[in-house]
Ligand binder design. Structure first.
Ligand code: LLP
Length: 420
């Protein structure tokens, strides 16, 4: 469910015509619907109402402060993977006692920052990391709350780049080795073993992989209990998919129900790290068509947004639906919607049927709220685009478009290159 809809042939976000925003802020821009974000959060949270839980939004999916603040106000925490994400979450007012820190490569500075901030849980991904966190916590005179991130060796049946819970992936600790690592963690004086975690992948559209992973973690937790190691927090990661095209992912309520059923008998607090499912369909990327180019072999529609603004199509071959901001009768054509970047891999949609978009018109690239702006870059020295949040009949610039001056921020000419 989302609040992007047509009224008299014109695309609206809630009660604001998308065209009005474009006239005010220029293009391209990301546009998020406040009502959709709030609805998604509430539905997801309600799905787990029957079990003690914390919803820790995966900041990597969309790190804008306004979005982080919105979820924090609704009671959410954050799942972070870097010092920068921790900084953002704290700036946005997320309660550190609801922050979990995942990631295979936390450096000592990041670990110190997180320990000083008093986060809820470090999800540790290797035996060496246990030692490092223990050492740093010892120096600071604190105990680090930790969970081990288990690699349950489950195939989530998703794109290989976003599958993370298979043995061959770099993530987590092999489930066979976990008991040994838990014993080790238990012996380290500056660690407090609190949890078990896993995250098997992203854009998962079936329930089975989640249930299989949970079953494996459950049997591990039972084994640990026998050894006197009590798991207070069970973090099942994120990964629930959304509809981009024809996918039919389970509704969050089915996902919640299935997990809770499987959790029966376990006494712990559940942590969830949803990213995409909360923000994906709550955002669009709006771009203006600059030119069209009809060759003998190809039909290109050239837009002012490119792979630096939305990397997913180029990186994963992802599908994003395209909608005209103003509907009009016209033929469908087989074309590619491409950007201005100097790479043949720069496309938002490749060789597929789409309305015959014309120069000057606005196109909405749908379902772009997750891993859209957060993966954007300055490649080709392109300022990153503006982000807008719509609430009812008003819109707010929640991130200004970058300026050329910002592009060179921090760069210095060494003395030997100064002067004419
Ligand atoms: N927790 C951990 C430890 C993760 O690594 C991720 C995503 C999440 C939670 C959130 O997963 P979600 O609910 O959003 O599926 N850039 C790719 C997706 C990469 C996902 C990385 N990890 C894309 O655009 O599809």
């Amino acid at each position: 469910m989302h609040h992007f809809h047509y009224r008299d042939g014109e695309l609206y976000c809630e009660n604001v015509p998308v065209d009005r925003i474009a006239r005010k802020v220029g293009t391209p821009f990301y546009c998020y619907s406040h009502a959709t974000l709030e609805h998604h959060y509430r539905v997801f949270d309600a799905a787990f109402a029957g079990f003690s839980h914390i919803v820790c939004f995966a900041v990597k999916a969309n790190a804008n402060l306004a979005i982080l603040r919105l979820f924090a106000r609704l009671g959410g925490g954050a799942d972070i993977v870097s010092g920068g994400e921790l900084y953002r979450a704290l700036q946005a007012g997320v309660d550190p006692r609801k922050i979990v820190y995942s990631g295979v490569g936390k450096n000592s500075e990041e670990i110190r920052f997180a320990l000083k901030s008093g986060i809820l849980l470090f999800n540790l991904e290797s035996s060496q990391e246990l030692g490092e966190i223990n050492r740093i916590a010892g120096r600071l005179g604190v105990k680090a709350p930790v969970a081990l991130r288990i690699n349950p060796d489950i195939d989530p049946q998703t794109h290989p780049y976003i599958s993370t819970g298979l043995k061959k992936n770099k993530f987590g600790i092999d489930i066979e080795q976990a008991v040994q690592d838990y014993r080790h963690a238990q012996e380290l004086p500056h660690l407090e073993v609190k949890g078990a975690a896993c995250h098997i992948g992203s854009q998962i559209t079936e329930l089975d992989p989640f249930i299989d992973a949970l079953k494996r973690l459950k049997s591990l937790i039972k084994r640990l209990e026998k050894e006197g190691i009590r798991i207070q927090y069970l973090d099942l990661g994120g990964g629930l998919g959304i509809r981009y095209d024809q996918e039919e992912p389970p509704h969050p309520s089915e996902y919640g129900e299935a997990l809770i059923k499987e959790l029966k008998g376990l006494k712990c607090t559940l942590i969830l790290e949803p990213g995409r499912v909360l923000v994906g369909n709550a955002g669009i990327l709006v771009t203006r068509v600059l030119y069209t180019k009809e060759g003998e072999a190809k039909h290109f529609i050239i837009a002012d947004a490119g792979m630096n603004d939305l990397a997913r199509p180029s990186l994963y071959g992802s599908y994003h639906a395209l909608r005209p901001v103003k509907e009009r009768p016209r033929p469908e054509v087989k074309a590619s919607l491409v950007g201005p970047i100097c790479e043949s891999g720069d496309f938002l949609a490749k060789d597929r049927k789409m309305p015959a978009f014309q120069p000057g018109e606005l196109v909405a690239v749908m379902s772009a709220g997750a891993y859209g702006f957060s993966m954007s870059s300055n490649y080709n020295a392109r300022p990153r685009v503006a982000e807008i949040m719509v609430k009812d009949g008003d819109f707010y610039v929640i991130r200004k478009r970058e300026t050329y001056r910002q592009l060179t921020w921090g760069e210095r000419l060494p003395d030997f290159l100064k002067g004419a």
